[in-house]
Design a protein around this ligand. Structure first.
Ligand code: BTN
Length: 241
């Protein structure tokens, strides 16, 4: 069975994954990689821009046997951790961080983003598409992407995108197979801003709190002066950087 299917160009690897699922050609664990993406999609309906041949654009298809919707936050957490494990293998000196909920940061800039699309029926997750975009061999970014950074920018080397994609696929699927929460301590230590007091936008207000951690429901918990620890879902908070 093929584990990783590579395309020279696609509209979006997530869209290709949807098409394969609709035509019943998809199976659990299949990953789709495109060296060029013409209609990449980001979080919150944004466009995801990438430079042809320099960027890792991949979608991993999950068709879990026994996953209930309350387990979905774990998918995004495990995908983030899987990416970081691979980055540590690429170069143990890298210090990547998980910027809750779905970004990977390096030196305070965005290295990778994750877009997860699910299909849920009744109380069961039918499938999950984990879309991962990572800046790998880009040298420079356009002015609109000033908060972006690539692996090459840090390591000063070109990297094999297919090798990195295969390694991420393996790590993410291995973590998804883990039934206990043994991975959570590792995740917590990698959290961007952990222990720091940071401002956020919440319901059009500004709130400030010390980042305490992410709970197993995927909520970010802040220690807020005079209020104590409060945990927020991703749609309830916006980082102010
Ligand atoms: C984000 O906004 O940070 C998430 C970006 C996710 C981009 C990836 S690239 C591979 C996959 N296909 C898409 O169209 N989007 C995701």
């Amino acid at each position: 069975m093929q584990l990783l299917r590579s395309y020279s160009s696609l509209d979006s690897t997530n869209s290709e994954a949807h098409r394969l699922l609709s035509s019943q050609e998809a199976y659990h664990g299949l990953a789709i990689l495109a060296f060029n993406q013409t209609e990449g999609r980001g979080q919150y309906g944004r466009v995801w821009q990438s430079q042809a041949g320099q960027h890792l654009a991949m979608s991993i298809i999950l068709q879990p046997d026994n996953m209930t919707p309350d387990m979905l936050p774990l998918i995004s957490m495990k995908a983030s951790l899987g990416i970081i494990r691979v980055l540590h293998k690429v170069d143990p000196r890298l210090e990547p961080k998980i910027k809750w909920p779905n970004d990977i940061y390096l030196k305070g800039k965005k290295l990778a983003g994750i877009l997860i699309e699910n299909s849920i029926s009744v109380h069961k997750v039918q499938h999950c598409i984990i879309g991962i975009g990572m800046n790998v061999n880009e040298d420079k970014f356009s002015d609109s992407l000033q908060r972006a950074i690539s692996l090459r920018n840090i390591t000063r080397q070109l990297h094999d995108i297919e090798d990195i994609a295969a390694a991420i696929r393996f790590e993410v699927l291995s973590l998804i197979d883990v039934q206990n929460n043994s991975w959570k301590t590792e995740y917590d230590q990698l959290l961007f801003g952990l222990g720091e007091t940071r401002p956020f936008e919440h319901n059009e207000d500004l709130i400030e709190g010390k980042i305490h951690g992410v709970n197993l429901n995927g909520k970010l918990c802040l220690d807020i002066p005079n209020e104590g620890i409060r945990c927020f879902a991703s749609h309830e908070l916006r980082w102010i950087l």
